[in-house]
Design a protein. Structure first.
Length: 333
C-alpha cells in the first residue's frame, strides 16, 4: 500500500473497531450489511441468502444489498475497512488495489478450475495474503467462491468479426471492470479495454457504447447480456473467483462458537454456490445457442501464450512473491 492509503486504512480501521465494539456491547444480534454489484438471482448471492444467513440467524441479521445499490462496485473493501459495510463478495483484482501481490490470483490462465481455486485458497501459501488483508485492511477472507470461466462476449456477429487469436481483438472496445488488474487483462487479451461498473454494462451494450464484455456464462444469462450481444468466444481467459469478505472488527467481537458458525456457514454457502455455478456453466451453452448466439472456441493456445507473455516482466509480476506461481501451478492438475 502507498503511505497515504496505509494511513487512511489505519484511521478507518480504528473507527470500525470502535463501532464494532459498541455493536457487540449493545446487542447479541449484529446486523451484517452485505453489498455486491451482483443480482439477487446470482448463485453466489442466492447461497449467501439461503445457506449462510439461516445458519447464523441466531446472532446475525443478514442484510443484503444487490446491484451495487448500497456501495458502488470496487468501493466495498474500503467500506468494510471504515465500518460502513460488514461483508462483500470481493475480487482478487479489488484486493490488488491495496496489495499488488493479489494480482497473481487475477492473472489470466493461472487457475485451472474450481477445485484448483479451493486448493490454492486452503494451502498455506495463502496465509500471508489472508493475514495482510486482516491486519492492514480489517477484512477477513472467509472462503472462496467460484464465479466461473470468463469468456469474451461481443455485439458483433461472427460474420462481422470472427475471433480466433488475440490479434482479431485489435481495436475491439471491451468493457472490463474498473481496476488496473482488470484493465491489464483486457489489454493482454489483445483488446482495447474500457473500465465500467458491472451495473452499467447492459445499457452500454444495448446502446453500442462498447463492443463487448467478458464474464462467465452464468453471468451472461443472469444479467441478460445475451439479449444485447451476438457471439461468445470461449477464451476461458480467467477462471474467476471471489472471496467472501467479512469485517475483521465484527469477527473479533464474536464468541469463538459464533466465529466457528460464521466460518462453517461461509464454507457451506461457497460450496453450494460452486456446485450450482458449475452446473449452470455446463447447461447454458445450449440455452444461449437457442437465444441465437454463436458460441465457438478460438485458438486457445494462441490466447494463453499471448496473455501469459504480457504478464512476464510486468509490474504485476514484479509484486508476486518468488516461487509462488510455481507453487500455484503444482496445486493444479
Ligand atoms: C464484472 O464486473 O464483470 C464482475 O464479473 C467482476 C466480479 O469480480 C464480480 O464483482 C462480478 O462482476 C459481480 O459480482 C457481478 O456478477
Amino acid at each position: 500500500m502507498t503511505p497515504i492509503t496505509r494511513r487512511w486504512v489505519a484511521a478507518a480501521m480504528t473507527a470500525a473497531t470502535c463501532a464494532a465494539a459498541t455493536i457487540a456491547a449493545a446487542a447479541d444480534n449484529t446486523t451484517i450489511r452485505m453489498s455486491t454489484p451482483a443480482s439477487e438471482t446470482d448463485q453466489r448471492t442466492v447461497a449467501l441468502a439461503e445457506v449462510f444467513a439461516p445458519a447464523v440467524s441466531d446472532f446475525i441479521t443478514y442484510e443484503p444489498h444487490y446491484n451495487g445499490s448500497l456501495i458502488a462496485q470496487g468501493a466495498e473493501l474500503e467500506a468494510i475497512a471504515s465500518g460502513d459495510l460488514e461483508m462483500s463478495i470481493a475480487s482478487a483484482q479489488e484486493l490488488a488495489t491495496f496489495f499488488p501481490e493479489f494480482s497473481i490470483f487475477a492473472t489470466g490462465y493461472v487457475h485451472q478450475d474450481a477445485a484448483h481455486q479451493v486448493a490454492v485458497f486452503d494451502d498455506p501459501l495463502m496465509a500471508p495474503f489472508k493475514q495482510k488483508a486482516e491486519e492492514e485492511l480489517g477484512v477477513k477472507l472467509l472462503s472462496i467462491m467460484y464465479l466461473g470461466r470468463r469468456h469474451v462476449n461481443l455485439r458483433q456477429t461472427k460474420e462481422e468479426l470472427t475471433v480466433m487469436t488475440p490479434s482479431d481483438l485489435a481495436g475491439v472496445n471491451l468493457r472490463m471492470p474498473g481496476t488496473d488488474a482488470w484493465q491489464f487483462l483486457g489489454k493482454a487479451l489483445g483488446a482495447n479495454p474500457t473500465p465500467m461498473a458491472f451495473t452499467e454494462v447492459y445499457t452500454a451494450l444495448q446502446t453500442a457504447s462498447v463492443d463487448g464484455q467478458d464474464n462467465p456464462l452464468p453471468t451472461v444469462v443472469d444479467a441478460k447480456f445475451y439479449e444485447v450481444t451476438n457471439q461468445i468466444i470461449l477464451t476461458s481467459h480467467l477462471v474467476d473467483l471471489n472471496y467472501i469478505a467479512f469485517s475483521k472488527a465484527i469477527w473479533d467481537g464474536l464468541t469463538e462458537d459464533q466465529q466457528a458458525a460464521v466460518q462453517a456457514a461461509a464454507d457451506a454457502a461457497a460450496e453450494s454456490a460452486r456446485q450450482k455455478q458449475l452446473e449452470k456453466e455446463s447447461e447454458l451453452v445450449s440455452f444461449l445457442k437457442e437465444q441465437g448466439l454463436e458460441i465457438y472456441e478460438p485458438d486457445l493456445r494462441a490466447f494463453r501464450e499471448h496473455v501469459q507473455a504480457q504478464y512476464v516482466g510486468s509490474e504485476f509480476a514484479a509484486s508476486w512473491p518468488d516461487g509462488l506461481l510455481a507453487k500455484i501451478n503444482e496445486l493444479g492438475n
